[in-house]
Every structure is written in structure tokens, then in C-alpha cells.
Design a protein around this ligand. Sequence first.
Ligand SMILES: [Zn+2]
Length: 216
Amino acid sequence: MPELVFFSGTMDCGKSTLALQIAHNRDARGLQGVIFTRDDRAGAGKLSSRLGLVTEAVEAPEGMDLYAYLVAQLSKGGKADYVIVDEAQFLAPEQIDQLARIVDDLGLDVYAFGITTDFRTKLFPGSQRLIELADRIEQLQVEALCWCGARATHNARTVGGHMVVEGEQVVIGDVNTAPEVVGYEVLCRRHHRRRMTSASAQAGALSPDVLPVGQG
Ligand SMILES: [Zn+2]
């Protein structure tokens, strides 16, 4: 039975790498996939991983009907055996419904990769819809780590190294960006709740008077 599978994890946990690996394994068996992505770090129409691999993809902007795209491709004689969607959290809920329709009406497996929650720990609408509709949800096993060494479960947005909790839900940035611009850092829940990034932890260690006494 074809399935809609949601592979979820934090930023920096290897989602895009796994997406590329799944595509590679199927291509090696002669299967052909359609890869959708949105706002990839390598630019429009790319699926890239932090490990340096890049492949061509179809940019899925707001308002694009993903089901209609597949139907058009197939009726033009194109081949599609499976569908991969990276950065699926950025899709609109109705686009997730279109993915379910691709599974049910076209009989294709759809593998969607995304972050579940935003920098304020709230579900992205696209991820919420995936949780509601997916046949299966897989939590990625390659886990990112917080600066303290604990398993990182939350995405923090930073400006100048400091965690911010106000702002638009979607601001494109990345981990390891220049610190004065908007960046992201994965943290454990404890340090997300305390708004303690690696930069602020370091600053705290250097000036004992600002150590959060009694919160150890
Ligand atoms: Zn931590």
C-alpha cells in the first residue's frame, strides 16, 4: 500500500541527507521520483544537505497545486514512482491534503521531511496537517545535540547569538550563519525555556555576575 510518511526532526538532524539517500536508493533500482522543496538553503529548485550533496528539485511555492502538478507530469508521459517533499513544514495545509491525494488517487508513496515546531515551540501549519494525515510518522534517529550535550528537541531563532521569541513564523536562516543576522540553533527544552544559546552560555561563563544562580 502506498503511504504518506512524515519524517520529522529538529533543524540540523539530517533530514535532507536522508531525503537524498531515499532518492538515491530508489533511483538505483530504476525508480524515478519527483522531489519538491521550498526555500532550500542552496536556492530555488534545489535539495541540498549539510553534508554537501545537492540534487535538482521542483520548487513548490505558495499556491502551487502539487497533485495537479503530478497529474500534468504523468499525462505528458512523464514517469513518477514516488514523491519526496523537503522543508514540508513550509507547505500550506491544503498542499499537505494534495500530498494525501497523490498517495490515495495516484498510488504513489510520498515521503515528507520537515521540522514539527517553530522557534516559539508552536506547530507549523503544514506539519500539523502532516501529523493529522500521515499514515506513519518517523522521528529521525540521527539526533542533533544542544550545546550542553543533551538531545536537542527545539529550534531557537537567534539574532546576534541571542534567542528571540517574537517575530514572523517563517524567516529563512540557517544554523552556522553570521551571528549578527537571523540564525537558528537547536537546543534541549531546558535551555530553550531559559533562552540559553551557546553564545549566551559562553558569555555567562565569562562574567560570573550574570550566571543564572539557583537554576542549575
Ligand atoms: Zn541544553
